[in-house]
Design a protein around this ligand. Structure first.
Ligand code: PHE
Length: 451
């Protein structure tokens, strides 16, 4: 049995977990969703969901991981073998997300390259982006570069790879984001965007926006799959899980709010349409930057920011799968990392090609009757597998492992006070499962999130 690596410090762990949480979801999904769902009122709902549901599930996942000191499948199996399928679902979800996340990460790298070389996006941003993602070879090359960088960090191990990189990149990420926010807020016309963020008209909130906020919260906190269980398993027993969970949730939420403050006013100031999806980060925003003074510089900064955010998230998603592969199949970490990386690369090529180079469609019950492989991968993971994984995890922790045993892992013989234990028990057993079931219902019955 190989010796398991551990985080060397609490701050290193918190930054690595925050690095996982802070990703593409915070920087471009969140601001777009705020704008599309009415602004301030949506933000308030989101904050409540993070504090009640997100916090509770993250604490449960970290406790589960640390208790077992194993990868996610091993963690479920160590309590009850029959439920190791929940861990396997988590690994599958992580693997699919890893595959496509690296493709998007590759696009980000290509944009940085374009800014640095001054090639300046020939043909306009829209044609440029569509041309890039629908070509066959180029995105795959960038995907490879992005994946290779992530794998290089994972190969160095948990403490000297993942922890070191996160400790270095996360503070820089924050500084860049603050710089872009200040630039954006001082643009003439920024006040329209600020007004939107302060629009607390709760009557305009629909049930659907609440479901969107819930889905966003889970994705943003990297819950519902192997990551937080795996990261928790590298924690020492003398760390305070409640405090760490609160720190990770706070950092993730602060960065999402800052991103909204950076992006919404800038978009409003230039009168750009607040479209959603990939096009928003890759088409609308570069155009916004191009219109402001020193725009080229801020455009470059923005994509470096996006890269840092995506990079630490990609590392965490791959790590969850690598930990499983190496421990459950008794492979060396090195072998497991290379195999997982190679497989993710192959599946990612499918995602990349389905963006336009080749028509790869999957039959589905949505309106169009079929969706592209790429959309299917995103939809299956973000909208189905993540909430389902989180739902099963709550039921498992609440009723199979039992919250009192989880609380004992958190409290460590009374070493750490856990004042909210009673409330947490109710949240894990009842509130979170109901909330998650509602998200799943919306997705399956009404097709929310199906594009
Ligand atoms: N939390 C990351 C984000 O907001 C994405 C992510 C999702 C990372 C799932 C890992 C797992 O972009």
């Amino acid at each position: 049995m190989q010796k398991r690596d551990q985080w060397t410090s609490n701050i290193g762990f918190v930054l690595a977990a925050a690095g996982s949480a802070v990703g593409l979801g915070n920087i471009w999904k969140f601001p777009g969703k705020v704008a599309a769902n009415g602004g301030g009122a949506f933000i308030v709902v989101y904050l409540v969901i993070i504090a009640v549901v997100g916090f509770s599930v993250m604490l449960a996942e970290l406790a589960l991981g640390r208790n077992a000191n194993k990868n996610i499948v091993g963690a479920f199996a160590s309590i009850n073998k029959k439920f190791s399928f929940i861990g396997k679902l988590g690994v599958l979800t992580a693997f699919i997300i890893a595959s496509y996340y690296c493709v998007v990460g590759g696009w980000v790298l290509k944009y940085i390259f374009e800014y640095i070389t001054g090639a300046a996006f020939a043909g306009g941003y829209s044609d440029y982006f569509v041309g890039l993602i629908s070509s066959a070879a180029e995105p795959v090359i960038w995907q490879f570069v992005f994946l290779a960088l992530s794998i290089a960090v994972i190969l160095r191990g948990v403490s000297s790879g993942i922890e070191k990189v996160s400790k270095f990149l996360m503070p820089i990420l924050l500084v860049i984001l603050v710089a872009i926010t200040v630039r954006s807020l001082t643009l003439p016309g920024a006040s329209d965007g600020i007004a939107l963020m302060l629009n607390f008209d709760f009557s305009a909130l629909t049930f659907q926006s609440v479901a969107v906020a819930m889905g966003q919260a889970f994705f943003s906190l990297s819950l519902g799959m192997s990551i937080m269980v795996t990261y928790g398993s590298y924690l020492k027993k003398n760390e305070n899980l409640v405090r760490s969970t609160a720190s990770i949730c706070t950092i993730d939420t602060m960065i999402a709010l800052l991103a909204a403050l950076a992006i919404i006013p800038a978009v409003a100031a230039t009168g750009t349409d607040m479209g959603m999806g990939a096009g928003f980060a890759f088409i609308a925003l570069p155009a916004v930057f191009a219109e402001m003074p020193f725009g080229f510089f801020f455009g470059l900064l923005f994509f470096v920011l996006l890269f840092f955010a995506a990079f630490t998230s990609a590392i965490s998603i791959i790590e969850g799968v690598v930990a499983y592969a190496s421990e459950e199949f008794k492979l060396t970490r090195k072998k497991a990392t290379i195999i997982v990386g190679a497989l993710a690369f192959i599946v990612g090529i499918g995602y990349s090609l389905s963006q336009g180079a080749v028509s790869l469609n999957i039959p589905w019950f949505g309106e169009a009757g079929s969706i592209s492989l790429g959309n299917f991968m995103e939809f299956f993971t973000d909208n189905l597998a993540l909430p389902l994984g989180a739902l099963l995890t709550c039921i498992f922790v609440g009723f199979i492992w039992k919250t009192k045993n989880a609380a004992a892992e958190i409290e460590q013989d009374g070493k750490f006070a856990f004042k909210l234990k009673g409330a947490w028990d109710i949240a894990i057993k009842y509130v979170c499962p109901i909330v998650l079931a509602v998200i799943l219902f919306y997705t399956l019955v009404l097709g929310v999130g199906l594009s």
